[in-house]
Design a protein around this ligand. Structure first.
Ligand SMILES: Nc1ncnc2c1ncn2[C@@H]1O[C@H](COP(=O)(O)OP(=O)(O)OP(=O)(O)O)[C@@H](O)[C@H]1O
Length: 292
C-alpha cells in the first residue's frame, strides 16, 4: 500500500562474493523531500540506489518504492521514476534535442523537451551530436534525460560530478524547482555543500551501514555544538569556545568600541561533522576487536 513514504526499506542486505556491500540498512524517504545519501567510496550508496531502482536484487530486506517492490515492478512503475545513473553508456549519433525528444516518447506525461534542455543549460548545444559533448555537458544531458519523464521520484547518483561551478548552481536551481513541484529526490553526492544546500535530510552510510539520518543542521549534534569565536588582538590571535557566541561578540564590541579585528564566529561545518562520523565509524570495528 502507498503511504507518506516514497521509499521504505527495512533490513536491506546485499552480499557480493567477497564483500557485504549493504549490511542491514533501514531507510525512509518521505514524499516530496530531497534526501542525500553520503558516504565514502565503496560505502554501499550506489548498490543501495540500484536496488531501489530495480537494477540489482537484494539478498535480504523489505523494500517498497512508490508502493511496489522494485524487483517485481512493471512498466507503469518504471515510468513514475527518473534515473541519473553514475556512469553513462552510449555514444549516440543523435543530437541533444533528438535524444531528449526520443526519451520523452517513452513516458505517458513527459515534460517539454525544449524547456528541459534549457533548464540544464544545453540550449546552445541542442543541435550538437551527443558524442561531441564534453564530460560536463554529457552529465547535464543525463540530468535532462532523468527528469524528462516528469518523475514522482528521481534518483541522482553523483549527478554533478564534472560540472563547473555555474552548472552546479544551475543544477541546484533545477532541483529546487522540482522540489517545489513535489518531486521526491534521492541524491548521492561527495559534495557536502551540495547536500547542505539541497537536502531536507541526509543519511550517512559507511561500510554498508547507516550511521545516522538527520537534517544537515542537526547531523551529529551539529546544532548544539559549541561555537568558536576568534579575533586578532594586539598580542596575536585569540579564540574562545562558547555556547553563547552572541554575548561574546557583544563583549568584544564593547571592549574594542566597535569593529573587532578579524572577527570570526565558526560552528562545525557539515563536512567537519561528516568526517567525524566517518572517522568514528572506521574506528569502531577496531575498538570492538580490542575489547574482545
Ligand atoms: N558487482 C559487484 N561485484 C562485487 N563487488 C561489488 C560490485 N558492485 C559493488 N561492489 C563492492 O561493493 C561495495 C560498495 O560499492 P558501491 O558502488 O555501492 O559504493 P559507493 O558507496 O557507491 O561508492 P562510490 O562513492 O565510490 O561510488 C564496494 O566495496 C564495491 O567494491
Amino acid at each position: 500500500m502507498e503511504n507518506d513514504n516514497a521509499v521504505r526499506v527495512r533490513g536491506l542486505v546485499k552480499r557480493y562474493p567477497d564483500k557485504v556491500a549493504v549490511d542491514g540498512v533501514d531507510l525512509d524517504i518521505h514524499r516530496g523531500e530531497v534526501f542525500a545519501l553520503l558516504g565514502p567510496n565503496g560505502a554501499g550508496k550506489t548498490t543501495t540506489v540500484e536496488i531501489l531502482e530495480g537494477y540489482r536484487h537484494a539478498d535480504e530486506g523489505e523494500i517498497s518504492v512508490l508502493g511496489s517492490d522494485p524487483a517485481h515492478a512493471d512498466r507503469v512503475w518504471r515510468s513514475r521514476i527518473g534515473i541519473v545513473a553514475q556512469t553513462t553508456r552510449d555514444e549516440a549519433v543523435l543530437s541533444v534535442a533528438e535524444m531528449v525528444t526520443h526519451f520523452a516518447g517513452f513516458y505517458p506525461n513527459p515534460r517539454d523537451p525544449e524547456q528541459v534542455i534549457a533548464s540544464v543549460g544545453l540550449q546552445d548545444k541542442r543541435k550538437a551530436r551527443v558524442r561531441s559533448l564534453s564530460g560536463g555537458q554529457r552529465r547535464r544531458l543525463d540530468v535532462a534525460l532523468g527528469v524528462i519523464g516528469n518523475p514522482e521520484l528521481l534518483f541522482l547518483d553523483e549527478p554533478t560530478t564534472g560540472f563547473d561551478p555555474e552548472a552546479r548552481r544551475q543544477f541546484w536551481t533545477l532541483i529546487e524547482e522540482l522540489r517545489t513541484e513535489g518531486t521526491t529526490v534521492l541524491l548521492t553526492t561527495h559534495y557536502l555543500d551540495e547536500a547542505e544546500h539541497l537536502a531536507d535530510r541526509v543519511g550517512v552510510i559507511a561500510d554498508g551501514r547507516m550511521i545516522e539520518v538527520a537534517t544537515p543542521e542537526t547531523l551529529g549534534g551539529r546544532g548544539a555544538r559549541t561555537a568558536r569565536v576568534s579575533w586578532l588582538a594586539a598580542d596575536g590571535q585569540h579564540e574562545v569556545r562558547t555556547d553563547q557566541p552572541t554575548a561574546e561578540v557583544a563583549r568584544l564590541m564593547a571592549e574594542y568600541g566597535g569593529e573587532v579585528p578579524e572577527l570570526e564566529v565558526r560552528r562545525p561545518s557539515l563536512e567537519d561533522i561528516y568526517l567525524e562520523l566517518i572517522g568514528s565509524a572506521a574506528a569502531a570495528p577496531e575498538l570492538e576487536g580490542a575489547l574482545k
